[in-house]
Write a protein that binds this ligand. Structure first.
Ligand SMILES: [Zn+2]
Length: 385
């Protein structure tokens, strides 16, 4: 069983290997060598790279990272994500969760993939990437590159899912249901939107306007009571309750505490919740079939991500890391990497992804034909050749 568990210890400072990767141009060169499928040090796999991405790649979309460069929760010192057992057991915990999610949804729903995600799409079109595994729940990867296979390791916020019957529902529609059940909150949200507190992409400005947005898309409102918040029941379970269960609603259609089924949850893997076996197998295949792994914007703080990289290293696969801050057990992960590598065996750098990845794509596109480190996916031999 694989469970999502937060890592709360401080992380080490970011290191840079090779030292030339400390500059943007040097980091591009090292990554160019790293991605080269003809590299002699990478004999195994499909010749392609699997990407593992984390919150760092979504920062440029206006979504905050959990961790700053020193590895602590910088955004909101008192923030503690909800645990699955709390959500599934407690009506009160769910009211609080959905109230905050109701306010936070607007920001997420208005955010878009950024230059980093689009560069991943371009690398996919070049035939360099075989798949993307993401820890992010914002769905920016599948939006940016719908044809490049993406596995969302921790689920996604774009749907809710019923804890009883597993039916999925559209989160945007669910937002309308929450507004209808909670007119006071809907008015408050409208006020917040009008004040611009939710429209700025700068966490500092939001904080000044009395709001704190957290990485899972929820919002803290100082001094607000959550216990009056209402949320709907699963329509499928309401229509036909599971065997031996009953679902009750109030006169407006809100889930009643007299029920013992039909609870909707965001379709994310919450902390303390198990990752489904089908997802676990899919990510293992994605790792095992690749020739190398590139970590983008993740401190590997959750064990589910960390162990995937260890799995790759146990198979002697080169691993590249681009992350602004430190990485969990950084010293251990980089132990086998020679300081004078040209990047073929691995790379560790700390550059902003929204600038680095487009530069890398540009470099690969303009590389002289003789240095072309890859064959574009669209390449067709001339008919007379
Ligand atoms: Zn249901």
């Amino acid at each position: 069983m694989l469970m999502r568990i937060p890592f709360t210890q401080p992380l080490p400072a970011a290191t840079v290997i090779p030292s030339s990767a400390a500059t943007a141009a040097g980091a591009v060169s090292a990554l160019q060598n790293f991605l080269n499928p003809r590299s002699s040090s990478q004999p195994r796999g499909n010749g392609k790279t699997t990407i593992l991405s984390g919150a760092g790649i979504s920062v440029a979309s206006g979504l905050a990272d959990y961790r700053g460069s020193n590895g602590t929760y910088t955004l909101n010192k008192t923030y503690r994500p909800i645990y699955f057992h709390e959500f599934s057991a407690s009506h009160e915990a769910r009211k609080r969760y959905w109230a905050r999610s109701y306010l936070g949804w607007t920001t997420l729903n208005r955010s878009h993939p950024n230059a980093g995600h689009h560069a991943v799409a371009a690398l996919g079109d070049m035939g360099i990437i075989s798949s993307v595994i993401t820890q992010n729940v914002d769905s920016f990867h599948p939006m940016a590159h719908p044809t490049l296979p993406t596995i969302e390791l921790h689920g996604y916020l774009r749907s809710t899912v019923c804890l009883s019957c597993r039916t999925e529902y559209d989160r945007a529609k669910f937002q309308d249901d929450l507004a209808a059940l909670n007119p006071t909150w809907a008015a408050f949200l409208a006020e917040m939107l009008q004040s611009g507190a939710l429209s700025t992409e700068h966490p500092e400005e939001r904080r000044m306007k009395g709001l704190k947005t957290n990485p899972d898309g929820d919002v803290d409102v100082p001094g607000v009571e959550y216990n009056t918040f209402r949320y709907p029941a699963c329509p499928a379970c309401l229509e036909k309750p599971p065997e031996g269960k009953h679902v009750e609603i109030d006169s407006d259609g809100a889930w009643s505490a007299k029920s013992n089924a039909g609870v909707l949850k965001p379709n994310v893997i919450m902390f303390g919740e198990s990752i489904p076996d089908s997802t676990k197998s899919a990510v293992e295949v994605a790792i095992d079939e690749a020739s190398r792994i590139l970590v983008l914007g993740s401190s590997l703080a959750t064990y589910s991500a960390f162990r995937l990289i260890r799995r790759a290293q146990e198979q002697s696969m080169p691993v590249g890391f681009v992350n602004m801050g430190g990485i969990r057990n950084e010293e251990l992960l980089l132990a086998g990497l020679a300081p004078d590598t040209n990047g073929e065996d691995g790379v560790r750098c700390a550059q902003p992804l929204e600038a680095l990845l487009p530069s890398l794509v540009e470099r690969l596109r303009t590389a002289p034909a003789t240095d072309m480190p890859f064959i574009p996916a669209t390449f067709q031999p001339a008919p007379w050749a």
